[in-house]
Structures are given as structure tokens and as C-alpha cells.
Design a protein around this ligand. Sequence first.
Ligand SMILES: NC(=O)c1ccc[n+]([C@@H]2O[C@H](COP(=O)([O-])OP(=O)(O)OC[C@H]3O[C@@H](n4cnc5c(N)ncnc54)[C@H](O)[C@@H]3O)[C@@H](O)[C@H]2O)c1
Length: 381
Amino acid sequence: MPSDSKLKTVIVTGGAGYIGSHVVYHLAKTRQYKVVSVDNGHNSQPESLTRVSQLAREEQASETKPADLSDEDWQETNNIVAKNADLTDGASIRSVFAEYGKGKIWGVIHVAAWKAVGESAEQPLTYYANNVGATIQLLQIMNEFDCKRLVYSSSATVYGIPPKVPIPETSPLGALSPYGKTKVMCETIIEDLCTAQQEWKALSLRYFNPAGAHPSGRIGEDPRGKPFNLLPILGQMAVGRIPPTLKVMGNDYPTVDGTCVRDYLHVMDLASGHVLALNKLAEERSAIFADKNKQFKAYNLGNGKGESVLQITAAMKKATGFDYKLEITPRRAGDVPALIADPTLAQEELGFKTSANLETMCADLWNWQSQNPNGYAAVNV
Ligand SMILES: NC(=O)c1ccc[n+]([C@@H]2O[C@H](COP(=O)([O-])OP(=O)(O)OC[C@H]3O[C@@H](n4cnc5c(N)ncnc54)[C@H](O)[C@@H]3O)[C@@H](O)[C@H]2O)c1
């Protein structure tokens, strides 16, 4: 990158994964950032970022270069650097920061984590090490290299069983699983750091249920092993990758049709929220921080409305034409009837709004899944 570059260098941890790759795409599209992804490939393939670079390059062909950007910077925005490094390995992460130098990484979007609720209950120590231990180490290294702006990927699971729905950010935190607790712990650690060191600024984004894929169908969700979330399960059923019977866990909840209701938002909308969060961190003294001595805040990123398991399945049937088989089973322990965001704070303070409806999410998911029935694997074998 030229020494007089106007681009801000941002590290995205977990940048090759589902949400990370869409975040990297959105950052590249702003033409304001030089993006460095740090991912160990635990749940991702390098092909995702190759495709993000291709998409950003192709789209750039029809854009006009801003007058204040040099030709080198203009090209550099598409040149996504993909580092294969494990966040639990301090030496590797330190060497990524050292390559750029002290004060040269403008900020970090910390997306990387393990996220399977059930697995976290079976392997709590590995989850705490990967999600909490690695985060502490990352924050220490950021401090060493004078990088003190952070956007953190949190989750609606921090709320546990909320006393009120839609859920505002002021709802008590009561995560039930070790996975959810890692998110609460990381938020607490980051908040404490922002209290202790006032030059730190951090925003925690509590995602509700991301779904869909880039509308081109070239990047999307490609979990290694069995998918755990409803929409990727329905996508993989429709291409015949997994058996076609969906287990609906409980149909006697106090909801529209008795099945659990969740707040789904398009992954493109979710990813765009990260750019808005970085914009806030770029402000000298942002009005979003009421306490000027602690520049930390958490925001819900959700749609503000809910869809039931049966409604989602019907929407996927419409998008795919696939006839899903349903098997009603007893309720699963720990599931709550409805989890819906109150998205007002992010709307008012970040300017966040969702634009895609359920139909678009399902159509985009199907566009990705039908073009890539085996995910990225086909090109990596
Ligand atoms: N997908 C969801 O439904 C959802 C909902 C709420 C919150 N989140 C959070 O969003 C983030 C991203 O989720 P996702 O769905 O994109 O998952 P993902 O598994 O697709 O992406 C996570 C990425 O992080 C990488 N990673 C994990 N541990 C790492 C380590 N130690 N070092 C380097 N890389 C590592 C993985 O290889 C993967 O590419 C996670 O923090 C997750 O907890 C996800």
C-alpha cells in the first residue's frame, strides 16, 4: 500500500466465514478500507475471499473512482489480504500486526468464534479457550500495536430467556449455553477495557438470525459438517445433501402456529451494519457515547419482526419448489417461544435499517445453494 494511502487498514477476524465474508465484501465496496482477513479455516474455505475479491473487482468496473483516491488505493480496495492464522496462537497474530507496524491497523472487526450451542455444552473448555481466551489475546496484541477501535460480533443469545419481547439492549444478560456465555464474557471484558483505557472505542453488535447470501449466489453459508441453523438445513435438504425430514421441535408454543419464532435478517443487511459501526468509531467524539469516559456500546441488529419455523419452511418451499417433510418432536430444553429484536437503538444511532424481506432471504439462499450444492468444496478438492 502506498505510504500516502487514504485507506484505513482493518483486520476482520473470521473473514472467510459466512458473516465475515459478507462483511469483507461490504468493506471493500466502500472503497475506503484495506481489508485483512485473519481466519484459521476451522469453518471456512479460502475460496470465499477469492470470490469476494472477484465480485468487488467486477463491480468496480462500473463505478467511478472518487477524485481523492489514488489509482493505487482504488485497486488496493479489491486486494483482500487473507491470512491463515489461529487467534489462539499469539505469535501468529502478533506477526500479522507486526507486518503492518505500530499504529498502522486502524481497527478490528472481531467476527471469529465457534458458534454451535450444543457442542459448546459438550466442550465448554474449548469454547472458552477459542472464544474468550483468543479475544483476550487479540485485545492485548491490539494494545501493543496501538490499535484501539473494535467492532465485536455478539449474539442475541446473550439475552437468554428475555423478560420482554421485542428485546431492548437494556434487557438483562442471561445466556444459557457456554457459547452464549462466551459472548457475555467477551462483551464484559471489552467494556472493562474501554473503562480502563479511555482511548479505546468498541461497539458490540448483537446479531439475531442472519440468513440469505450475496444476491449473485457466489458467496454464502458453507458450514463444515452438519448445519445447525434452520435455513442452511432447509437449503441443504433441497439440494439433497442431507435427508429431507425436518424435525420441528415443539408445536405447542404460544406463537402464531405453535412453533418457535425468531427474528431473521438478511446477511447483506447485517454486514452493512458493520460499516455503519466503523463510521461511528471514526467520529472524533461520537454522540452515541453518553459516558465520555467509557466508549463502549451494544446494539441489536435485527429486523424487529419474527417468523415461525413453519413460516420459514413454507417460504423456503416457495423459493426452492422442494417438498419438505416435517416431523413434530417434543420441545427442546432451553428453547424460548419467541426471540425478536427491538432494533430502535441501532436504527436511531447507527442509521441501521434492514431492506430485505423473508422472500428475498430465501431466494438468495437458494441462488447460492443451488449454484453451489456442495458449498465451496467443489473448487477446493
Ligand atoms: N450465524 C449465526 O446465526 C450467528 C448469530 C449470532 C452471532 N453469530 C456470531 O457471528 C460470528 C460469525 O458467525 P458465522 O455464522 O459467520 O460463523 P462461521 O463459522 O461461518 O465464521 C466464523 C469464522 O471464524 C473462524 N475462526 C473460528 N475460530 C478461529 C480462530 N481461533 N482463529 C481464526 N479463525 C477462527 C472460522 O474458521 C470461520 O471462518 C461468530 O462470532 C458468531 O458467534 C453468528
